[in-house]
Design a protein around this ligand. Structure first.
Ligand code: UD1
Length: 430
């Protein structure tokens, strides 16, 4: 079984390059099958979630060629099947985007119900409501969702909750519907904007992405394009907190500082120094950090995908902090693991009350999901002694070369598989 082994205690210092946004990449890959012409996607993160989606696209006849590690050429001219029931696809959340893209292009699609991180019940009612509003007949049975329409036509859709997934999915289908679609109460996340920009570069007519009203004028067909994905806001944020928790000094390169404002604001509030440049950001934590209150909210609020990382950092900060999770109901599963490392956190409903402690001690812990797993790596980076983290498959879903990037910043972390690897690491770090 693959694990990370980490010896804590080194401040992270140096530069790190952020990759393309995983969540934008998933929407963009799905959208790339909406044309018969070749599409080149650049800055594609090489992580497990994108690999799984590519596999699913290939299973229905899409040809995906890797031009280099971060560039693919997608050719969906010969899609022969509209059903995606690949065993892997159930493991990722974004499988549902294939429903929107295939429904848009072929007016029919059948995709296995999505999986993804177990951070709450994660319903998909808003996706289905959107497809139905566009005139599709939608059915869920035996673990599959099917959507069909003779005539997909534009509609006025009011989202009952702000949802990234449903906003993107409806945008995908509506792009190739007849007439106009208006999505109200749309999600405003940078990756929603990136998927809209990608579709527009293929000839779609989408306006308002990034605001809460998106207007889509359906077009008959889309054409090929070459497009570079935006930097990953959450990978960047994770390294910002890695710098903060280890009292380090890190230049985070290839980012859009505007997308990181809610994260920077909290770091400044708890005592970090942040310097912003055009496409990079320096985070330094010269002294012990202080407490704060934070509540996760849709963009531009503080992202739920950064909640475990900030809570972990606050668990070592001075004073009492309160972290409220307002997006997913089951996102504090990592707290038990942090307690084993010495954290003093009490969870009541969707709120964590955190009494800052002076230090963590290394432990054997398990990553309960992707972002919580990353937060546990941060905890181990600063803990006294050695930690071993299990279930790193979750972390690898969304972080490319995580141990390598941390090692380049001075961390002692290695991916190991056997007891012998563990002993070798222990000998090396003393
Ligand atoms: C996406 C991201 C995930 C991030 C989340 C919130 C991807 C692949 N994943 O997940 O990393 O944590 O956005 O920024 O991009 N909801 C409904 N009905 C629906 C859809 C959602 O009630 O049909 C609720 C959810 O339960 C949740 C809230 O809406 O409480 C937000 O969910 P949503 O933004 O859709 O999250 P995902 O797209 O699943």
């Amino acid at each position: 079984m693959e694990q990370y082994i980490i010896k804590g205690g080194s401040p992270l210092v140096g530069e790190v390059e952020i990759g393309g946004a995983k969540n934008a990449a998933l929407g963009i890959l799905a959208a790339s099958v909406m044309t018969t012409e070749p599409v080149i996607i650049e800055n594609l993160p090489d992580v497990r979630d994108t690999a799984v989606l590519i596999q699913a696209m290939e299973s229905i006849g899409t040809v995906v060629e890797r031009l280099d590690r971060h560039t693919v050429r997608v050719n969906a001219a010969n899609i022969s099947d509209f059903t995606i029931d690949d065993g892997y696809i159930k493991k990722i959340r974004a499988s549902y985007y294939m429903l929107g893209s295939l429904l848009g292009r072929f007016k029919t699609a059948e995709v296995a119900l999505p999986g993804g991180c177990n951070i709450g019940s994660r319903p998909i009612d808003q996706h289905l409501k959107g497809f139905r509003a566009l005139g599709a007949k939608v059915e869920v049975s035996r673990g599959m969702i099917s959507a069909k329409s003779e005539n997909l036509s534009g509609s006025h859709i009011y989202m009952d909750v702000v949802t990234v997934g449903a906003t993107i999915n409806i945008m995908l289908a509506a792009t190739l519907a007849t007439g106009k679609t208006i999505i109200e109460n749309a999600a405003k996340e940078p990756h929603v904007v990136d998927v809209a920009n990608f579709l527009n570069s293929m000839g779609a007519s989408i306006k308002g992405a990034g605001t809460d009203v998106i207007r889509i004028k359906g077009v008959e067909r889309l054409h090929g394009t070459t497009y570079s994905i935006i930097p990953d806001q959450i990978e960047a944020g994770t390294f910002m907190f890695a710098a903060a928790i280890t009292k380090g000094d890190v230049m985070i390169k290839n980012v859009i500082p505007k997308h990181l404002e809610s994260i920077s604001a909290k770091l400044i509030e708890i005592g970090c120094e942040i310097e912003e440049f055009d496409d990079c950001l320096r985070v330094a934590a010269p002294r012990r950090l202080s407490n704060t209150h934070v509540k996760t909210l849709p963009y531009p609020g503080f992202p739920t995908d950064m909640q475990p990382q900030i809570a972990t950092t606050l668990a070592l900060s001075e004073g009492t902090s309160i972290v409220t999770e307002s997006i997913f109901e089951n996102r504090f599963k990592y707290v038990g693991e942090l307690q084993r490392m010495g954290a003093n956190i009490k969870v009541e409903g969707n709120t964590a009350i955190i009494e800052g402690v002076d230090s963590f001690t290394g432990a054997s812990i398990s990553a309960p999901d992707l972002r919580a797993g990353a937060a546990l790596v941060l905890a181990a980076l600063v803990a006294d002694g050695i930690s071993v983290i299990d279930d790193i498959k979750y972390i690898e879903r969304g972080y490319e070369d995580f141990p390598e990037k941390l090692t380049a910043l001075g961390a002692f972390i290695e991916k190991v598989e056997t007891e012998r690897d563990i002993q070798k690491f222990k000998l090396k770090v003393g």
